[in-house]
Ligand binder design. Sequence first.
Ligand code: XIL
Length: 667
Amino acid sequence: MRAPWTRRRRLLPGLLALACLATVAVAAAVPLSTPSARAADPVLVLDATFEDGTTQGFRPRADETVAVSSAVAHGGTRSLLTSCRSASWQGPAIDLLDEMVEGTRYTLTVWVRLAAGESPGQVRLSVQRDSGGTSAYDQVVGDTAVTADTWVRLSGTYVLAHDVDGVSAYVETAGGTADLHIDDFTMAYQPTKPVQTDIPALREVLAADFPIGAAIGNRQIIGDQAVLLRRHFDTVTPGNALKWDATQPTEGAFRWADADTQVGFAADNGLAVRGHTLVWHQQTPAWVFTDTDGTPLTSDPADKALLLSRLEAHIRAVVGRYGDAIGVWDVANEVIDENQSDGLRRSRWYEISGLDYLRTAFRVAREVAPTAKLYINDYNTNVPAKRDKLRDLVTRLRAEGVPIDGVGHQMHVNVQWPAIAETEAMLQAFIPLGVEQQVTEMDVSIYVADNESFPTPPADRLLTQAYRYRDLFALYRRYADELTSVTLWGLADDDTWLDTFPVARKDAPLLFDTELQAKSAYWGIVDPTRIDPTPTPTASPTVSPTVSPTASPTATPTTGLDTCRATYTVTNQWPGGFQASLRITNTGVSAHDGWTVRWRFPDGQLISQLWNGTVRQDGPEVTVTPTSWNSALPAGGTVEFGFLAGWKTSNNRPVGFTLDGLTCTTG
Ligand code: XIL
């Protein structure tokens, strides 16, 4: 396998239609600097103003016309006009293969305006990647309103994370073929700091305890990220590349490019691989659960057999392809729903096949990879109800002979939650079963409520986070005999799934910052005496939460905030009505005896009956207070109530859960 960071030669540009050739000037955009020049300020790589009267390397994508115009200009007296477009994807493009370095984050900016007389429309900025005769298209800036009257600025960042033989940026319209002007196109990058070589390698610090891993994508195996990854980690988990939607998006048409690249990188660099994941209710294409004519599969025997045969074929192909290169598989992911009395998530897998999808998945994985360790993986496994349901399921399946070797604890946690004692109870709960355990997806969000959002991570949250990493890793190390690896869900804060989950905001949950430098969180694991205990708070949140965002940095970090968690579940729904339950967990340090819980319905839902509490509803606002026997809510305690309600056109989840005025996290 060719090393992923080598680049192929650029292809010769295709022939342009003759009608347009005459107007295309061929002078190149002015290369101002090369990405190897390291400076503190952003480095401008390309700057096309069209003031020299040439198209500065811009060309049409097909047979449209691209020419310098002086009809309008954003700066100076000239812009670039694209006309005679015959499709919305046609527009001005610039080749970037010689300027763009894989793994560097570039900011692309361009000003756009429709030509005089055109009706308002929408434009976007994209990148085309070409590799081995196929092209892929990445949006840099999505559809943006534009008119013929003013200039609109499109600006976004882009990281080339694939091996390519062609790459270009272009402007297109969402629809129609309006003539359009562009001007003042720039491409710049912010130099990153060098990877630190004077700090201990995490994997050496933890060598006596367990292998340490990170989730990766293509970006983490090139450039500085790859250097950081190799330096500190023993194992990797492809974060998306082995999931069903990545490997078999349509039936029988497997795609291996990303998985091969990432597993190949691991093999070349002596990193072990966790395979994630074979059966899950998310990131599984719709075809898996539908008939060839598009009808949803049911639980009747023929449909069930079809589903299980698809599952078997998928596992044979995916596990078979990587053989010994993948020593651990998350065979099943997130199958527990502790709100069901039997503890089993009502996924399409379950609805169609009951527990047989799990029996099939583990059996086939064992057959294809007899020496691989087979895991069942889940989140919130520290929550006692969920933990116990998972333990019961594993016990039951293993008693039947289903080859489950290990339990994976995802450990997507935050600076406040969960308590160390609860996490310890989680590890203890599985010891009697005789299974292996791994921490599989750890990250520590700086947020404790969905409505918080910090422009940059506040210093006190980062400090609290460092203590959380310290305390959780101290616990893991005490249980090193049980834990066969610990994996973090990402390498550095520049690339974390928590930037979009559960809401879009910048999070900083990992050990290295956005510039790949070791955070206090890293020192929490490596040498807690090097955590700086007196940082200055740096920012206030953009949304004011009810909890204090700037708790005193000297407060005991794991207990500095008082919060709650709301777990809302629709247990049954029918036209016009539904039944739901709400569990409130007091994740803070003080008791909430005589509690008041509030939330808001977004779609006009109306409660008709509620049990285990007293309800008052005022339009969308709902208030629940205790009955005589469940008014105590100690720290770490839960209350749960259920209700029947009506709904009209939609039944979206309630928002704004509070406990005595404190904003609760959801989940
Ligand atoms: C996440 C990936 O990191 C994201 O890139 C993707 O968009 C969604 O899935 N639990 C899991 C992981 O088991 O597969 C999820 O990964 C995070 C939660």
